[in-house]
Structures are given as structure tokens and as C-alpha cells.
Design a protein around this ligand. Structure first.
Ligand code: MOS
Length: 714
């Protein structure tokens, strides 16, 4: 094992494990000693309606009602576009849209006032079905080859539709943000968040601060998990508390309860994907994918989520003729957002299941069929970029087969099973496009990272990436300490404060470690060369796109969407109880190539946790809205996620192919294990149910297993 991979105790372990860490909900007073006002949001209760009137009862002294009229700047939250109002403008577009906020010193009184506000609506017909929506926020097309001709000349053409459901991030700490007016007229905004500079950009615009000298500065408090769920939402909630604090001229904090968080904040996009595949002489000759994501009422992050989704549409395979269309459709529901995998789990699921089904129909073994189409180093990617580095799937399949006995079990379980307990095993091949999608890193983010050395020889890392449980407060210092040959105690990384750190971009897509980590490594190499004892010094590094890349163009949807890829082979083995429908997972095995692990324990923790989240997504996490557009599952008693009791025998094997432009060869890690779980799980369930069945959606629950078995009896 390389030195950098050797596990160490996480820098924030003691504070978190002992309960000493201060989360945004823990502050007893504001920075200046003032009492914090509690804010509660007034939510719209109709999925689509004009607001005729809002009647607020008389407010006691020290209590405030805040709405769109109080926004000093632009009443739009800057995310990718600026279409989501901070507080609604005359109409509500989903159940849970913020109309206003009540803030004041006593929470009970705030709740009383809120309950006495009367809102009069003129209800309109909501759009709840993505197939009926007439608004595509984003519509991407790309492809290559002569698809029509390949379909004409095909021996067989297959067409299937796949769907995936919502997934709620279910972080331990719900959303929470706080804003404190500063003496200089600026605003201090902090809370549970991933991307400090995103929040700053949004709040500056909302408060009309863009051109002023003072502005917003944003600090990330200790954050109890995020998984993508705190990528964009804190920009919305941060803007709302900032407007309230601006009006009240006092600190205001909003902490969500679990029901608010589940119902009204961003979740993974539900999807419907139609896949059409041409086969000639036993080989896939063409693929057409039509991918629909349910974006919800505003566009938020859907552009980028959809890009990642459609780029992954043909999976890890070479498809000579390809046509992909992807649309993010508007519906009158909570806006969806980022969640570990960011669009890719939806399309990988469709492609892997499609390959299984077509292979079975051709009388072939699915894994053999997949291996016949797998991409290799030097091959073109879906967007006519290139797999510049090693594609180690074949070797990883060998490793996973050895660990799981996949091939032998797969043959065995393929025989007709008739008993009460029936077994199946599934295998998926996936990648994670490492780093930000497309040209974002080069054209938009333009990351900067710094090292500040103090006279006493300690070194502080200055970057804007947030510790959200993935270990950055440990891995960043590990990299810098190793290059500087310093003990780890001498190098530290605090939570980012935009008043002190440069913009090194958002905490997303595994770009923090791979991209910013490499900037820090280079900064450390320079600092070592220039090191002067007893002096304060600073070095700064700027991102530059590696020369080998084929520049990505979003207009043409062409080029290297990612510099490199992390790879996974996932196997899940299940046993179905035909009396209860319950599927017990006998084993879950993942072989993951994330490049060099910068701390093996941290990476293994990510692999295990992500795999389990993927199993939850596949098998039990069910969330949907009713005919009025209201989310029906808003607590852990009706939205089930895996608990400690559901952790199966889980084996994560690391395979290392180094990425020469990542620190010590590191690529991306966090998303990978989640993406591979759904197709592996569903293939296993499909096999256990028996050959005539073809499954097309997740989550696939025990109830549905029973319904399928009933079909068999008929
Ligand atoms: Mo992450 S899902 O890239 O915020």
C-alpha cells in the first residue's frame, strides 16, 4: 500500500464522535452575542395556484413577516439559471413553495402566527405527469453514426422502457441556515452546506450586493451529511434567511424538521427512459435512448444532472451508431436536485437492464454479451471523447468473480427453481465520469487553491470545498503534509469561509479531491521549494485543463465530458422468500477502481456506504406524490432506508489504476458504489423470479415481488 493510502484517524473524528462539534442548530447566540430569531417558512399548499391574498395577523413586537416585497435585490435564486424565486411571485408552482417567512424570538409564538396566516388561492390544474408536461427545461441531443440505417439493417430490434423513483438523501442533519447582519452593512450567512461560493453568489444577488464593496460572506458550519442534497438547496434557504435578517436587522435561523426536509427539499430525479436497440450478427449495432427526468417546478440543477445522465446513457459499451435525447421536464412538484451519482444511476440502470434482457433473448449469457461490447482504452466515449486511460473492467470482473463465485452461481440459479426460497445473482458494469461534467471546470469554475504558511511553520489550506463526511479535512492535509514532509498536526483545513478562502469551486462530483487535491499537491511542492523558516508565506495554484483532453463543447455535445473515469463491477446475490416477497441479500460484492485511495479507510467507508444507499434505492426507498402533487412519504416510518440491520455481507475490493493528473493517482470515489447497485440488484431479483420475467423499474419492493409471483401462478 502506498504511504498516502495508509489509514489515519480523521481530523474531525474526536469532535464529531464526542458530540463537541457545533452544528448550525447548536448556536445559542449570534456572533455578536445577540439573540437569534427563529424563522419558519409559510409553504404553499397547492401544487399550482394563483395567490389571491395573504392575510397576516397583527404581529407582536419583535416579530416579522417577510415575503417577496422585502427582497432588496433580485427575487431569484441563482443556481444554474435564475428561475426560482426566493419567495413566490403571485403564484405557487409546487406544494411546499415558500410564500413567506415568520421570524421572531419565540419559536412557539412564531408557529402560532404562522398557523393564523390565511392564504387564498385560485387553484389551477397542476402538471404531475412528465409525459404530459409541455415544458422541457433542458433538451439535449447528441449521437454519432447512421442510426436509422442500422435499425433498418438489424436482425432484431428491441424496445423497452425503464423507470426509476425518487430518492431522498436522508442525511442525518436536516437543512439549516442562519444569517447575521454585519456592522459594515454586509451579511454573514452560514449553515449546513456543500458549496460556500454558490451560496455567496446567490445571496449577493438577492440582497443586491453584487456591485457593492461589502457583501455576503458564507461559512460552512459542521455539516451532518449532504450527499448532494446540500449542493443547491442552501442557496435557496440561505437567500430566505438573509432576506429575513435584512428586514429584521437581526440574526435569523431556520432549521428544518424532518418532514419539511423530506417533502420540500431536493431529491433524486425520477426518470423514464425508452431504450431501442438494434442487433445484427449478435452484436449491438445501434442504440436510441429517450430519457426523461422529472425536474420539478424549477430548473435548479437539472441541466447538469441531465447532462451526466445522458452522457452515461450507453453505459460502458461501444455502440457504433448512437442517438440520445434527454429532457428535464417541468412538473408542479418539489424541484429535484443533486444526489450521489447525479443523473447517472438512472441511465446506467436502463442500459444495464437492457443489455441483460437483450442477451437473454439472444440466448446468451449477459456477462459474456456485455464483455463483447465493453469499451477499452483508446476507444471513443459516447460524446466522441476518448477513454485516455486504462479501462480495467476485464481484470475487475475476474477479481469479483473470484470473490463472489458469480459465474458458477449464475449458471446454477438459472435452472428452474420451484421451492419457497429462490436465488438470483446479478452483475453490473459502471463508471463514474470523474470530476465536473463537460466544460464546467475549464469555463465556469476556474478553481483556485492556496496554502498559507505561518511563521511558526504550520500550514493552513485555503480552499472552498466542504467537509461533508467524505473526509476532506483529513485527506487535503494528508496530501499537503506528505509533500511538505511535515507531521499531520502541522497542516490543517478549516471549514471554508468565503471571506478567507479563494473560490476553488463546489464540493461536487468527486472533483474536490481529484482536482482541488491536485492543486494543493502542486502548491505544496512549490511551497517546499520556496520554504523560508520563520516567515509567513502564501502560494496559490490555478486549475488548467490537462493538455490531453479533447475540449468539450456543450453546443455540439461533443468531446471529453470527463478527463478520466472511475470504474466499478458490482455483484449482488439475493434469496427471495416466495411467501413474503422479501429479498434477503446474501452478499454484495463490489470491485472499485477509484485510482489511488488517499486513505484506504475513508475510501472503503465510502464504497460500503454508497453501495448500501444504492441497495436502498433499488429495493425499498419508495417516495411518490398523490393526485394533488403532495409527497406522500415524509417520515422514516413511511420512507424506508436501510438500517444497520439491513447491511448485508458486503465486500469492497479496491483495484487501482492511477490517474496521472490526480493527486498520487486518485480519481473519483463517492458516486461510484451507488451507481452499480440498482442493475445488479434487479438482475438478481429477476433471475430468482425465473426466466419469463423482465423487470423494468426501481424501487422493486417485496409487494411487487409477490405480485409478480402471482402472475406466475396464473
Ligand atoms: Mo454531488 S451529487 O456532485 O453534489
Amino acid at each position: 500500500m502506498e504511504k498516502i493510502s495508509r489509514p489515519i484517524v480523521k481530523k474531525d473524528h474526536e469532535m464529531k464522535a464526542s458530540g463537541k462539534s457545533v452544528y448550525v442548530g447548536d448556536y445559542t447566540e449570534a456572533k455578536n452575542g445577540e439573540k437569534i430569531l427563529t424563522g419558519k417558512i409559510l409553504y404553499g399548499t397547492a401544487a399550482r395556484a394563483k395567490i389571491l391574498s395573504v392575510c397576516v395577523p397583527p404581529l407582536p413586537d419583535g416579530y416579522f413577516y417577510v415575503d417577496a416585497d422585502d427582497v432588496p435585490g433580485d427575487n431569484n435564486v441563482n443556481i444554474v439559471l435564475d428561475d426560482m424565486p426566493v419567495f413566490c411571485r403571485g403564484t405557487v408552482e409546487f406544494i411546499g413553495q415558500a410564500i413567506g417567512m415568520v421570524a421572531g424570538p419565540d419559536e412557539k409564538e412564531v408557529r402560532r402566527i404562522l398557523s393564523e396566516i390565511r392564504v387564498e388561492y385560485e387553484e389551477l390544474e397542476p402538471v404531475l405527469d412528465i409525459r404530459k408536461s409541455e415544458t422541457a427545461f433542458f433538451d439535449y441531443h447528441y449521437g454519432h453514426g447512421d442510426v436509422d440505417r442500422a435499425f433498418e439493417e438489424a436482425d432484431r430490434v428491441y424496445e423497452e422502457e425503464f423507470s426509476t423513483g425518487y430518492q431522498e438523501q436522508a442525511y442525518l442533519e436536516p437543512q439549516g441556515m442562519m444569517a447575521e447582519p454585519e456592522p459594515d452593512g454586509g451579511m454573514y450567512v452560514h449553515g449546513s452546506l456543500q458549496c460556500a461560493y454558490y451560496v455567496k453568489g446567490a445571496v449577493d444577488r438577492v440582497l443586491g450586493y453584487q456591485d457593492k464593496e461589502h457583501g455576503t460572506h458564507v461559512f460552512q458550519d459542521v455539516t451532518g451529511g449532504a450527499f448532494g442534497g446540500k449542493e443547491a438547496f442552501p442557496s435557496i434557504l440561505g437567500s430566505q434567511v438573509a432576506v429575513a435578517a435584512y428586514k429584521a436587522k437581526a440574526p435569523v435561523r431556520v432549521i428544518f424538521d424532518r418532514r419539511e426536509d423530506m417533502e420540500y427539499t431536493s431529491k433524486r430525479h425520477p426518470s423514464k427512459s425508452r431504450y431501442k436497440m438494434a442487433v445484427k450478427d449478435g452484436k449491438v449495432t445501434a442504440l436510441e435512448c429517450d430519457v426523461l427526468f422529472n425536474a420539478g417546478a424549477y430548473s435548479t440543477l437539472s441541466a447538469v444532472v441531465l447532462q451526466r445522465g445522458v452522457i452515461a446513457a450507453p453505459g460502458v459499451y461501444n455502440v457504433p451508431n448512437l442517438r440520445v435525447r434527454g429532457r428535464a421536464m417541468k412538473t408542479n412538484t418539489s424541484p429535484c436536485g443533486a444526489y450521489r451519482g447525479f443523473g447517472a444511476p438512472q441511465t446506467f440502470f436502463a442500459m444495464e437492464m437492457m443489455m441483460n434482457h437483450v442477451a437473454k433473448d439472444l440466448g446468451k449469457d449477459p456477462l459474456t454479451f456485455k464483455m463483447e461490447h465493453m469499451a477499452a482504452q483508446g476507444d471513443a466515449t459516447s460524446t466522441c471523447g476518448k477513454y485516455h486511460f486504462c479501462v480495467p473492467l476485464a481484470e475487475m470482473i475476474r477479481k469479483i468473480d473470484e470473490a463472489s463465485g458469480f459465474q458458477k452461481k449464475h449458471r446454477e440459479y438459472d435452472r428452474k427453481q420451484t421451492g419457497r426460497f429462490r436465488r438470483g445473482i446479478g452483475l453490473s458494469l459502471c463508471f463514474h465520469g470523474a470530476g465536473f461534467t463537460g466544460s464546467g471546470e475549464r469555463d465556469i469554475i476556474k478553481a483556485v487553491a492556496k496554502l498559507h504558511k505561518y511563521a511558526d511553520g504550520t500550514v493552513e489550506i485555503l480552499a472552498s470545498n466542504g467537509e461533508i463526511g467524505q473526509g476532506l479535512r483529513t485527506t487535503f492535509p494528508k496530501i499537503v503534509a506528505q509533500e511538505l514532509d511535515l507531521p499531520l498536526e502541522k497542516v490543517y483545513y478549516n471549514h471554508p469561509d468565503t471571506a478567507r478562502v479563494p473560490d476553488s469551486g463546489p464540493t461536487v462530483a468527486s472533483r474536490s479531491l481529484m482536482t482541488v487535491g491536485e492543486l494543493l499537491r502542486r502548491a505544496a511542492i512549490r511551497l517546499k521549494k520556496e520554504w523560508k523558516d520563520g516567515q509567513e508565506q502564501e502560494v496559490e495554484e490555478h486549475y488548467k485543463e490537462p493538455d490531453f483532453m479533447i475540449p468539450f463543447s456543450l453546443e455540439k455535445f461533443e468531446g471529453d465530458a470527463y478527463p478520466t473515469y472511475a470504474w466499478s463491477v458490482s455483484v449482488i446475490e439475493v434469496e427471495i422468500d416466495t411467501c413474503t416477497g422479501c429479498a434477503q441479500i446474501l452478499g454484495a460484492y463490489g470491485c472499485f477502481d477509484v485510482g489511488t485511495p488517499v486513505d484506504e479507510n475513508i475510501v472503503l467507508g465510502q464504497m460500503e456506504g454508497g453501495f448500501l444507499q444504492g441497495i436502498g434505492y433499488s429495493a425499498m426507498e419508495q417516495m411518490d406524490y398523490d393526485g394533488k402533487g403532495r409527497i406522500r412519504n415524509n417520515s422514516y416510518s413511511d420512507y424506508l432506508i436501510p438500517t444497520a440491520m439491513d447491511v448485508p455481507k458486503l465486500q469492497a475490493i479496491l483495484h487501482v489504476e492511477k490517474y496521472p493528473y490526480g493527486p498520487y493517482g486518485a480519481k473519483g470515489a463517492g458516486e461510484l458504489p451507488l451507481v452499480g447497485a440498482p442493475p445488479a440488484y434487479l438482475e438478481a431479483v429477476e433471475q430468482a423470479l425465473g426466466n419469463p420475467f423482465r423487470l423494468h423499474h426501481i424501487p422493486f419492493t417485496a409487494e411487487e415481488t409477490l405480485m409478480k409471483l402471482r402472475e406466475e401462478v396464473r
